[in-house]
Every structure is written in structure tokens, then in C-alpha cells.
Design a protein around this ligand. Sequence first.
Ligand code: URA
Length: 428
Amino acid sequence: MILPYRILERKRAGMRLAEEEILEVVRGAADGSWSDAQLGAFLMASAIHGLDVEETRALTLGMLESGERWFLARDVPDLCDKHSTGGIGDKTSLVLPFLLAACGLPVSMLAGRGLGHSGGTMDKLEAIPGIDLNLDRARCLDLLGRCGVAFGGATGGIAPADRRLYALRDVTATVESLPLITASILSKKLAMGAAAVVFDVKAGNGAFMQDEESARELARMLVETARGLGTKVSALITDMSQPLGRWCGNAAEVREGLDCLEGRGPEDLMEVTYRLAEEVAALVGHPRKRADLEGAIASGRARERFDQWAVLQGASPAWVLAPKLDLAPVERPLLAGRSGVLSRIDTRQLGMLLIEAGTGRVRPDSEIDHGVSLLVEARLGDEVREGDELGRLFLRRDDIGLVERFKACFVVSDGEAQAPPLLLGRIG
Ligand code: URA
């Protein structure tokens, strides 16, 4: 055994860790022999000094091997998967699986909890009363056979080392690290073993990778490592300089996901969802045209898939008929303090404030509030007049200071401003 102290000392000094040292960290995370403090120290030292390609590969493979490997594509050869690197209001995971399943392509996904300032699909789905995201391989295959969609929370036998490190990164400010993100995402994706995976790598002030170049670097690292391990992959780099869609918050995002499946989705969210769906369908060798995807929504087939899936994973048939997803009761408008153009949204800060208001965790065991949410009514580049409503908050309790801080995230100035294009690039 290598003493944790020795490993931490070396990483603190910025030294490169040997494979067996990285594997010792992973072992300590998976079997509980390293304490939260020791793992937190490893994460902080790694976030500060970085991990090189060899260390990242060792961490990824170690985390992958820390739990079960399902090799699902052996049973479902056209199985698709999609993974986002995280952003605000990003709810494509609540739409894409049902859309593709309605077009004949099965999708399985491992949903994560909120991470750093970004929301997590698992937290969002748990706003549905009764939903059960515990999956094992047999249940996953059964769900895929019955409705074409399976959602697992990161709770089962897959990548237990990531589960622990992910929860610790969420509360130790060690999320924004390219190697840690790469190992975290790939260990789960590869352990599940879909035939094709599309990564949605977010770039912008609401993403972990704030500039396009580092997003591109992350996309390349994800694609090259996954491809090297035998999976069909590509990555789209998409804009996260403002929330995706109109709603942010757990229950509110499920509501907006349902709107999308019923043909009332906002344009930006639908566009990113369609692009990702087209990408992964082509990767798995069954390209789907935009008209096929739109038809699956317009005909109600995508929404039907959601209903089937929700009941199979624990929702009651009565809930599915009349979904009840309550918002928190204290409504506060966010009004423009001046006229001009909405030139910037501090998207990351919106995410942090939402967590402070209750949508995410302050400690690994914090309870989250599914009802707290934000409706974003203005988009970058919009002309606004003093007093216009830029957004609306739904809080559990009133807090004028918090409302003011939300308001300060929307910057109105003179002159012109334009939102960046939604799709910034593709690595494949
Ligand atoms: N998604 C993950 O699963 N892990 C990360 O680190 C970031 C996004």
C-alpha cells in the first residue's frame, strides 16, 4: 500500500503521479479507505496542478474498472447515449431519449446529480414523484426492450469511485478541471457501454469550460480517449453564454422538457436537442432526418414514449396523465433597471444563486428544493426598456438581497449585442 500522505504530498508539489499512485486514490475512493478530507486534498491539488495525459488515462481507466461494466451494446447493438458537460437550463437529456426512442433508436443514460453551478438530470428527474433511477444491467435491458429508454442515476454498481469523487468535487470547488471532468464522464459512459455516444461540450460563461478553446480541448480529449477504448463518439460544442431554454430549476425543467415533447419547446433548446439526436443517430449507423425527428414530436409519439418510460420507472399513471410539478410559491420579477440591449448574462452566477436558493447542494447530504426556479424571459441581444421583465424567480421564501443579486446577472447596456451561435463546432 502507498500511504495517502505520500501521494498527496507529491501532488501538492505539482509532481506527476505514477499509475499505481492514481490507482491507489481510485481504490481509496471506491472502498472508503480514503477519507473525504484526503480525497478533497487530492482533488484540489489535481485541479490546481492538473493531471497530464497519462495520469488522466490512468484515472479514467481506474474509475471505469472500479465498478461493473455492462457492455450493453452486446445486447442492444444500436444503443445511443448522450452526455453534456453541464450548464444552466440544459435539459436536452429530458427530451432527446424520448425523441430518439420514438424514431426507433434506443437510448440509455446515466443521470448525474447537480455539479458545481450546473444542474443535474438526476435531481431534475427526482422532481417526478415516485421516480426510481436505481438500475442494474437486467433492469436496464428490460426497460430498453419495453420503451426504448432507460435512465439510471449514478447510484448503482457503475463507477463507484466517480460517485464519491463527483459528490466531493461538487462541494470543494474542484469541478472546473479538464482531466477530472474527462475521467468522470468517460468512466461512466464506457462502463455502461452504449454503441455510440455524443458529447455536448458546453462553452461560455455558464459552462465549466468558459472559452471556446478549452471546450474544444475537452471535446478532443473526450473523443480521442473514448475512441481509443473502442466507442463510436463525436462531440458538439454548443453555446452556454445564456441559459438553454427558458426555465432553470428541477421541477421547472421537467415541465419545459414536457413542453418540448408536446411541440412547445423553445427554439434554442429544440435546435440543440435535434442536432445532438442527428449526430448520435448517424454515429450508430441509422441517420435520422430532421423531418423524422420533428414528426416524432408532432405526432405525439415522443411524448407517449415519455409516458411509458415514466410509469415503468416509478411514476404513477395518474401523474403521467396530469403531471404536477409545483413551482415554489414566492414569485419575484427581475426588472430591467434601464433601457438598452441585454448584452451579458452572468450565467454561472445564476447557477450559483439558484443553488443558494435551494436547487442544489451546499454539502453532499443537503436536501434540494425541486420547486425553486428561474424563468428567463430576455435573450442576449434583446432590446429592453426600463421596467421590462427580464426574468421571474420562484423562491421558497422571500429574500430581497438574493433577488437583487439575480437581477445583477442581467447586464443591459448601450449599443448592439448578439448572442453567439448555438453550435460552435464539432469534433468527430
Ligand atoms: N458530467 C460528469 O459526469 N462529470 C463531470 O465532471 C462533468 C459533467
